[in-house]
Write a protein of this length. Structure first.
Length: 115
């Protein structure tokens, strides 16, 4: 059974940094694409950043230049380095992985940015 285990969320002041991690386990296949979504209260879930196995990345305009996504293919782990955090970045962050033809989701980790 595939599991995505996230870590690294928390409370930080505006301008600070956090690093999220997500490790995929339980599959003999490596994820094709991995990424991060977020959902703030009362808002729809939105894509933050994604990365494919070859390393090509994609970012939401709102985080471009502040967030960096990376992955360790050997460990099936994806990271999200978040710098210059703003209160608007407050949300539950979800890890996602495409393995084969299926999409898997993590349980979510709370990121709260205080002003």
């Amino acid at each position: 059974q595939v599991q995505l285990v996230e870590s690294g969320g928390g409370l930080v002041q505006a301008g600070g940094s956090l690093r999220l991690s997500c490790a995929a386990s339980g599959s003999t296949l490596s994820p094709n694409a991995m990424g991060w979504y977020r959902q703030a209260p009362g808002k729809q879930r939105e894509l933050v950043a994604s990365i494919i196995r070859g390393g090509r990345t994609n970012y939401a305009d709102s985080v471009l230049g502040r967030f960096t996504i990376s992955r360790d293919n050997a460990e099936n782990t994806v990271y999200l380095q978040m710098n210059s955090l703003k209160p608007d970045d407050t949300a539950v962050y979800y890890c996602t992985a495409q393995i084969g033809f299926k999409i898997y989701w993590g349980q979510g980790t709370q990121v709260t940015v205080s002003s």
